[in-house]
Each structure stands twice: as structure tokens, then as C-alpha cells.
Ligand binder design. Structure first.
Ligand code: ACO
Length: 428
């Protein structure tokens, strides 16, 4: 690489008898990318990068993440400050527009979202066709996809306005969709949203109220939920967000794109880990295995067991969200006057892991999912709804990344290459 004092200006690639210069792209926080967009045209070769661990698929102004130092910022604002001072809807605005809203803007945004919280009555009947034992992530993905069929005729002249209208509807309706997947599973009536409540209070009302009794959402629980949603709101180009961008890159509509994102998030290596963590902690609590035995299994490659909630593709340091959540676990449990033995087991596992050579060598630290389940459980969210709540939090991130894709003049349909390793030509 040729370089000056600050950063290299170009990268040189020697390939056979050719030598080519590749431009360098530098991000606002000094991240360096080698622009290989003309590589195949100039050399005939492609890059090989399984899991895209070295590939920046886009430029983005939304979220900055430094995994080595454990830094996460939304549009420049540190996650620690946002977690302390902001609210989930303010964060949604911040991610959409990369600026904090004024008071008036936030009020209008909240009012607009409140106006769209109900589901079409016909869509409610959709749930009765699905098994009560069906996983709520599958039900939510199907229902979000079905929104396309209800809003295909809502047309705006300006495509950007059309996309914004879909975004507002999705943020507004997702709590209703999610809570109905739970109500369906337990056979309780679906509650209408209450537009006089704040966003997270309404979520609690949709989940836990019933027509026979008065329900007043607990402000401690609403605040804890708001924090969880803020911490999950965006995480740059992770598996589900890349999926949303990829589906959107074919110009599929927002509902179809987010439906795919929900499916990607469901997997246990991604958002599904929060459910797996609590199942792991419960197995240890119920005496099926001790923490030490579990750790031994997690290190044994033949066991097929991993320490769920540990490790991350990007963080090679403590996930800042896990740090905030670990403290929040303590606060929420204290405020609610409850105790959760799972928190102690989690802390014991963490302590063993952070001193164990296997985890140190591989830079495996707790991720956001390690402590989130303990709070979800404390505030009464059923275990198989944990990942649905992750999706609820991630929604503004998915949407803002999808909107950004549509604004970006460099956007093209996502279409990776491959290195073919199958049989050579043969004849039938
Ligand atoms: N427990 C035990 N070993 C682990 C763990 C774990 N949780 N995570 C990674 N390792 C080991 C791997 O076996 C591998 O070891 P090796 O080098 O000896 O082969 C090494 O650490 C690197 O792991 P990879 O799987 O190559 O790392 P990758 O970046 O592909 O995967 C992932 C990251 C999927 C998060 C992984 O750490 C994992 O499976 N963690 C558990 C599931 C989890 O908590 N997922 C949530 C992630 S956060 C989120 O999506 C919201």
C-alpha cells in the first residue's frame, strides 16, 4: 500500500503479470476500505470471503460499531448516553433521519405512529389459521409479510413518501402483530391498541391486559422495556439487516423485506440466542448440568454445544449493550422486588469464561443476548416471545437501513459471486 501520514491513498494488487491500483475509501471514524468494485472487470478475478467477514457491502451513516474497542453509536451518539437519556421512539427518529428530533417533531412522529396501531379486522382472522403452538417468530414473519396485501393499493406520487408511510405503519402495527401472536397461543382475546398510552405502555397493555379486568402498565416495566428496545434498535450490517437490505435491493416492498429480516433474526446464532440463553440457564438451575460441566461442553467441538450469548462476529471485546444490560438486570430486579437465580448463574458462567484460556484466546465475551433474557423474564415476557421483542427493537434499524439503501445512488441489486467447485462439463 502507498500511504501518507494519515492513511494509505491506494492499495496495489499484483496479479500475474498485472499490477492494479485500487482506490481507498475512508469512513468518518477512520475505517479503511479497499474499493474492489472494478476488480473483476480489470483482472477477471473475484474475492473470496465466506460469511462476508471482510466485506463492506455499503456505506452507511446510521450506526458506528468498533468491535475491538467495544463502541456502539447511533448517528454519532454513544449507546450509553442514549440508553440513559432517550426513548425508543426518539431513537427510531434518530435512525430514520440521523438527527435527534425537536420536541415538536417527536410529538408529531408519536401521534402519527399512534394513528396507525390497529390491524385490519380481516388480518386478525389470519391468526386463526395458524397453529397455537407455532413459534411466534414464524407467526410474526407471516403477518408482516401479509401486510403487503393490505397496503398494496395505498399509493403516494412520491416514492420516498410511499416508503415513509410504510415505515410508519410497520413501527405502529408491529406491537399489535407481536402481541396477537402471544394472545393466539394462549387463547385470549386480541386487545385493541390504546393510543392514549406511550409506545411501550401500549405494548404491555396489548400483551397482558384482558377485557375483564383493568390493567395499568407498571412504569418500571415500561421503562425497562424501552431500554431493551433502544439497545436492540440497530447494529449495522448484521445478518438480519443485511437480509432486509438484500431483499429490498430487488425493490421488494418494506413489509416483504422486513418479513425476511424477522426470519433471519430467528436463528439461534443471531437473535434466537436470547431464548437459548435462558433455556441454558434454566437447564443449569434445574440441575441437569453444573456451570462447569456446561463450560466443558461448550469448549468441546464435538458436543455441538456453544455458550449461548457469548461471542460475536464483530465484538472482540465486551459488547457495550451487554454491559448496560448486566447493570439493568440488577436495577430492574431490585425495583421489582424480585430475585432471579438465573442472574447469579449467568454471572458465574461469565466469570468462568472470562478467566478461561479458550474464551480469552478467541476473544469471546458476553453479547447483548446474554443478559437480555433475564430482564424479559423478570418483566413477564414468555420465553418464546424473547426474539419477537428483539425484532420489535430492531425494527427502526431494519427500516432505516432499507430507506438508506433506497436513497443511496450507489445501490444496486445485491448479487454476490461464487467460486464454482462442482463437476466439470459432462454429458447426459
Ligand atoms: N461458545 C463456544 N465457542 C465459541 C462460541 C461460543 N458461544 N462462539 C464462538 N466460539 C468459537 C468457535 O467454535 C470458533 O473456535 P475455533 O476457532 O477453535 O474453530 C471460534 O470461537 C470463532 O467462532 P466462529 O463461529 O468462527 O465466529 P463467528 O464470528 O462466525 O460467529 C457467533 C459468531 C455466531 C455469534 C458465535 O460466536 C456464536 O455462535 N455464539 C453463540 C450464539 C450467540 O450468542 N449468538 C448471538 C450473537 S449476537 C446477535 O446476533 C444479536
Amino acid at each position: 500500500m502507498s500511504s501518507d501520514a494519515d492513511h494509505p491513498q491506494t492499495a496495489r494488487l499484483v496479479f500475474g503479470d498485472k499490477e492494479i491500483e485500487l482506490p481507498i475509501i475512508v469512513g468518518t471514524e477512520g475505517e479503511i476500505g479497499i474499493d474492489i468494485s472494478k476488480l473483476r472487470a480489470r483482472t477477471g478475478a473475484v474475492t473470496f470471503d465466506p460469511g462476508f467477514a471482510n466485506t463492506a457491502a455499503c456505506k452507511s451513516e446510521i450506526t458506528f460499531l468498533n468491535g475491538e474497542e467495544g463502541i456502539l453509536r447511533y448517528a454519532g451518539y454513544p449507546i450509553e448516553e442514549l440508553a440513559e437519556k432517550s426513548t425508543f421512539l426518539e431513537i427510531a427518529w434518530l435512525l430514520f433521519y440521523q438527527e435527534l428530533p425537536t420536541k415538536d417533531q417527536l410529538r408529531e412522529f408519536r401521534d402519527e405512529i399512534r394513528y396507525h396501531t390497529m390491524l385490519h379486522e380481516d388480518l386478525k382472522r389470519f391468526y386463526s389459521a395458524l397453529p397455537k403452538a407455532g413459534h411466534p417468530m414464524a407467526i410474526c414473519a407471516a403477518t408482516v409479510g401479509a401486510l403487503s396485501t393490505f397496503y398494496q393499493d395505498v399509493k403516494f406520487d412520491d416514492p420516498a413518501e410511499q416508503r415513509r408511510a410504510a415505515a410508519i405503519r410497520l413501527i405502529a402495527k408491529f406491537p399489535t402483530i407481536a402481541s396477537y401472536s402471544f394472545k393466539h397461543s394462549i387463547g385470549q382475546p386480541f386487545m385493541y391498541p390504546r393510543n392514549d398510552l406511550e409506545y411501550t405502555e401500549n405494548i404491555l397493555h396489548l400483551m397482558f391486559s384482558n377485557p375483564c379486568e383493568e390493567y395499568v402498565p407498571d412504569p418500571v416495566v415500561a421503562k425497562a422495556l424501552d431500554l431493551l428496545l433502544i439497545l436492540h434498535a440497530d447494529h449495522e450490517q448484521n445478518c438480519s439487516t443485511s437480509t432486509v437490505r438484500t431483499v429490498g435491493s430487488s425493490h421488494a416492498n418494506l413489509f416483504a423485506s422486513v418479513q425476511a429480516g424477522i426470519s433471519a433474526l430467528w436463528g439461534p446464532l443471531h437473535g434466537g440466542a436470547n431464548q437459548k440463553v435462558i433455556e441454558m440457564l434454566m437447564a443449569i438451575k434445574e440441575g441437569n448440568r453444573s456451570a462447569k460441566e456446561f463450560m466443558a461442553l461448550a469448549k468441546d467441538k464435538n458436543s455441538g454445544v456453544r455458550l449461548m450469548g457469548f461471542g460475536h462476529r464483530v465484538y472482540k471485546n465486551y459488547d457495550p449493550r451487554a454491559r448496560i444490560l448486566k447493570k439493568a438486570c440488577d436495577d430492574v430486579l431490585k425495583k421489582m422486588g424480585t430475585d432471579n437465580p438465573l442472574l447469579e448463574i449467568a454471572m458465574e458462567l461469565e466469570e468462568i469464561a472470562l478467566r478461561d484460556e479458550y474464551f480469552i484466546e478467541r476473544k469471546l465475551y458476553p453479547n447483548v443476548d446474554f443478559y437480555s433474557g433475564i430482564i424479559y423474564q423478570a418483566i413477564g415476557i414468555p420465553v418464546d416471545m424473547f426474539t419477537v421483542f428483539f425484532a420489535m427493537g430492531r425494527l427502526p434499524g431494519w427500516i432505516s437501513q432499507w430507506l438508506e439503501f433506497h436513497r443511496d445512488p450507489l445501490s444496486r441489486i445485491n448479487r454476490p459471486r461464487q467460486i464454482y467447485t462442482g463437476p466439470k462439463l459432462r454429458h447426459y
